[in-house]
Design a binder for this molecule. Sequence first.
Ligand code: FPP
Length: 262
Amino acid sequence: MSLDHLLEWIPKGGPEEALARQVEFDRLPRHVAIIMDGNGRWAGERHLPRVEGHRAGVDAVRDVIETSARLGLEVLTLYAFSVENWKRPAAEVNTLMGLLKRYLGLELETLLRNNIRFNVIGRADALAPDIRTELLDAERKTSKNTGMIFNIALNYGGRTEIVDAARRAIEAGIKPQDLDEDRFSNLLYTARQPDPDLLIRTSGEMRVSNFLLWQIAYAEIWVTDTLWPDFRCRHLLEGVVAYQKRDRRFGGITPAVPAGVR
Ligand code: FPP
């Protein structure tokens, strides 16, 4: 949106303000995707059960969503629950689902106030009926919003998404010769959204973990050692500033395309 809109929200005179002033608002990443990692380690460092890390992670989710909307991102995608996460103990899965439900109950007002459109990506039909009801309600109530899209990846897998897109192509009777990259992109869960320009991963791990495999083809990757529950506005701004220093070549050669220029 604008520097002023962001400055209204962040503490004055701190590192956030200094970083906000470094951001070039005319070449923001359009789409930022985040692999939220390190909740378990955060809890372990404090001798707490793993679920306390997830609970603390919700504060980071809140902060990052409002920062992203005020910054003026078009799309923010958060990886909240993968198709592989069902392998975790049932109590941990139940806590994650409970936190999601609670988050939606408490934060719908924030999404509406910030003109954010809530959107679920993943095989949501496999989630419990009460969670699906909450998710659908949040999608419906925010569907007329015109600001940032907040994608939450739930029961999400990158390979599953590609298989689902292929199935859709077959079901729609698309002829092989009519299928190209643009058309295929519009069969993905993120249809009609720009691909992520910036992929952030917390907790220092150098993996993409089956996240947005098709869409991150040309994303800039920024990894921070910060564990997700400690991730705040300041870290997001650090990632954006680092992104704006990169040269994006999209497989070509010089002259390089500066980040944010398409
Ligand atoms: C990875 O940390 C994190 C997750 C699998 C879940 C992320 C969920 C939240 C932040 C809370 C709920 C979200 C919303 C939107 C309300 P990990 O457990 O793999 O950490 P570790 O690698 O340190 O064990």
